[in-house]
Design a protein. Structure first.
Lengths: 274, 190
């Protein structure tokens, strides 16, 4: 059961401040309602006896702090989520990158990797995987370990297979994984074209130039000033004529970079036009 | 008398019919915001917004993230996201775990609204088959808000309003026929 309200507004600010000073993670630009909910949830789940104890462990226990970061950030994801978006990738965006000798894709906020594997499957089917590299980054080292394993719950495969078909996939989805107990282990050929690395969108810089950046359902957790800063980071990391893909409820419309971008059809994909 | 700044209506199975009966009788010049959180199948994206917009004279729109919440508008929570209210009266969206098997969860919106609006909030829970929203009503009441529930005798599915009455100490129980008048009476200019 959710127990909101166990962490007060003041306590949220105390924790944000502690975590910034002690660990260098900056949550000051996160939307507060959601952050407060995450902190309250973590407090309840971990059965802390007092705020003082929660604060002490967050400050001083490195192992607990890793768990804290995983709990505070949202890591819910699925393969081929929003099939119409993946159809656009398959039919329009990725084919248009075929002219490049080498395709670099940045998946920012990749969480446990489901999107990275989805993109890799489409690249493979378009015969582009051999010349592509997916840089999959997240703030959270724990989820990156999971992403690197390429193993997802077998119970999800029916849903993912339906998404895959709805996105225009025509192969037998089960040909991409081998069942191992309750897990589906994905083809290592897909993983060979992925690089997993920690990257904090709040504090880390641009590290390469890409033809496609995907960052879906990450900006919704940020306030407007931070959203604009991150969009600027993406702009610096995107080649001219490259594409930026956001979540279905996210937009670049109000940001300073929006004037150098053109929307691709009605989806949440924008092309950089210099 | 305390002034309502927002009315949040939550519901699940059997609640759409109630909305379609009640909303057409709401006077379009109401001076607060109406926010609707209805469980529905993922994917049928703006269908609910279009339907409500078509069947009423009200300004109905899907809630956008960071959007300023204005009086006189009806906002609909998008499918498959939690909808939260920030202290500066803007919306946030959240794609975290389902709550009570639901996303959007009524509890999530009620609870964050209770934080933001305090006593200037009214929450109405309609027909439905699970208890999502009941904890939210409790939070709203605790912060001084007004809590309303559909009379289970008029509900297609009684579990949700029954749980609310059992656990939430609600301010009033309304039949479908009483709802429009009640909502209209929340406006100062009425």
């Amino acid at each position: 059961m959710s127990s909101p309200g166990v962490i007060s507004d003041e306590q949220v600010e105390i924790l944000i401040n502690d975590v910034l000073e002690q660990h260098g993670y900056d949550f000051t630009g996160y939307s507060r309602a959601s952050l407060k909910r995450r902190l309250s949830r973590l407090y309840s789940l971990d059965k802390h006896v007092s705020f003082a104890e929660f604060r002490y462990r967050t400050l001083n226990d490195e192992v607990y702090f890793k768990h804290f970061v995983e709990g505070v950030t949202v890591n819910v994801t699925e393969m081929f989520r929003d099939p119409s978006f993946y159809r656009l990738l398959r039919e329009k965006i990725l084919p248009s990158l075929n002219t490049y000798p080498f395709i670099r894709i940045w998946l920012a906020g990749c969480s446990t990797g489901e999107e990275a594997y989805s993109v890799a499957i489409i690249l493979k089917e378009l015969n582009l995987l051999h010349k592509s590299l997916i840089y999959a980054t997240d703030i959270n080292p724990t989820v990156l370990e999971k992403a690197g394993n390429g193993m997802f719950p077998l119970s999800q495969m029916k849903n993912y297979s339906e998404n895959y078909i709805a996105s225009g996939g025509t192969k037998d989805f089960s040909s991409y994984y081998a069942a191992s107990y309750s897990l589906a282990k994905f083809d290592t050929e897909l993983k060979a074209k992925m690089i997993f690395s920690t990257h904090n969108l709040v504090s880390d810089r641009s590290f390469n130039e890409f033809q496609l950046i995907l960052c879906r359902n990450v900006l919704i957790y940020f306030d407007r000033p931070l959203q604009f800063r991150v969009l600027q980071l993406f702009d610096q990391s995107l080649e001219n004529l490259g594409y930026l893909a956001l979540g279905t409820k996210e937009t670049i419309d109000f940001s300073p970079v929006s004037k150098s971008y053109k929307r691709v059809e009605t989806d949440k994909v924008w092309r950089k036009i210099g | 008398m305390k002034k309502q700044k927002a009315l949040i209506i939550g519901g699940s199975a059997g609640s759409l019919d109630v909305l379609l009966k009640v909303l057409p009788d709401i006077k379009p010049d109401f001076d607060f915001s109406i926010i609707i959180v209805i469980h529905r199948k993922q994917g049928a994206d703006s269908l609910l917004t279009d339907l409500l917009s078509h069947r009423t004279k009200l300004k109905v729109k899907e809630a956008d993230e960071k959007e300023k919440i204005l009086a006189g508008n009806v906002y609909v929570a998008p499918s498959d996201y939690h909808l939260l209210i920030e202290k500066d009266f803007t919306f946030s969206l959240d794609y975290s775990e389902k709550i009570n098997y639901s996303r959007p969860s009524i509890d999530v919106t009620f609870q964050s609204a209770a934080d933001a609006y305090g006593q200037n909030l009214a929450c109405l829970l309609l027909s439905g088959s699970n208890a999502d929203g009941v904890n939210g009503l409790i939070a709203a009441k605790k912060n001084g808000g007004t809590t309303l529930v559909q009379n289970p005798e008029t509900a297609q599915v009684t579990y949700m309003p029954e749980q609310a009455i059992l656990r939430a100490n609600v301010s009033a129980i309304l039949t479908i026929d009483e709802m429009a008048d009640y909502i209209n009476s929340l406006s100062l200019n009425n």
